[in-house]
Design a protein around this ligand. Structure first.
Ligand code: ZN
Length: 260
């Protein structure tokens, strides 16, 4: 079978034997791929230290005959070295990659999500503490999965809701305070938190529409959100992921333990 060449990011690696490794990749055109890398630990010629988690690679893959593809060689495009110097940036990157591993399927092209993973890793490298890039990425990923929450209208009475506080309503979005007695979740979004999520979602939609050049770096309106608003936005996203994935991801638990 013909070797395919693709762009990929390393999301997981594990030892297969003394010399070999199994590498999990998110590829641009072939989705999630588990690949056998023979002599991965010793072959600098073929792998050249490019199999670190989060590395962006050009990969040469032989289609699988059994459970695994075969990784023939890689060319390192970007290793994001500063990412690994910050625990916060590393934890957020691992969380984003774990989300991708949950959402992306083998054989399913990642479309606009792949470049947005690269943009996220670059921005985490430059600004590990920034809140917006990861949240925007999560909203893009929810959209890619077909789970985009509706944020500008009450999910029950369909009234325009921006400019007011709202209550989270799974799985569709939010409800106005008048309709809040009908929802189980008691997660409040202040009007500022709701507005910020909505703006981030609009930015994410531009990314998904494959016109990333129009996606300007996100600036928070007026002033940076307070800790309370950030907490509400984080809880909102966590509740949606938990609903759809049916579990809390390990990397998210680690972020919580690190108070990130
Ligand atoms: Zn309502």
């Amino acid at each position: 079978m013909r070797t395919v060449v693709d762009d990929a990011v390393v999301t997981l690696r594990r030892d297969f034997s003394e010399a070999d490794r199994v590498i999990e990749l998110l590829t641009c055109r072939h989705g999630k791929v588990s690949a056998f890398a023979a002599r991965a630990k010793s072959s600098h010629k073929r792998f050249g230290g490019g199999l670190e988690l989060g590395s962006w690679l050009k990969v040469w893959l032989r289609p699988k005959v059994s459970a695994l593809w075969r990784l023939e060689k890689v060319e390192l495009k970007e290793s994001f070295p500063q990412l690994r110097q910050s625990l916060e940036a590393t934890a957020k990157a691992m969380y984003a990659l774990e989300l991708c591993r949950e959402i992306c399927q083998e054989g399913e092209p990642m479309g606009a999500i792949f470049p947005s993973v690269m943009r996220l890793l670059k921005s985490l490298q430059q600004a590990p503490h920034a809140v917006a890039p990861l949240m925007k990425f999560e909203l893009a990923l929810l959209g890619y999965a077909g789970w985009s929450p509706q944020l500008h209208l009450c999910e029950r009475c369909h009234a325009e809701i921006l400019g007011q506080s709202a209550m989270v309503s799974l799985p569709k979005g939010v409800v106005c305070m008048s309709c809040s007695k009908h929802v189980e979740e008691q997660l409040v979004l202040s009007k500022e938190a709701l507005e910020t999520l909505w703006m981030l979602q609009r930015q994410a939609a531009v990314v998904l529409s494959a016109k990333p050049r129009e996606a300007l770096p996100f600036q928070f309106a007026k002033q940076f959100p307070s800790e309370a608003q950030i907490f509400q936005m984080r809880s909102f996203l966590d509740s949606f992921w938990f609903f759809h994935l049916g579990k809390k991801l390990k990397a998210r638990t680690f972020m919580e333990e690190m108070a990130l």
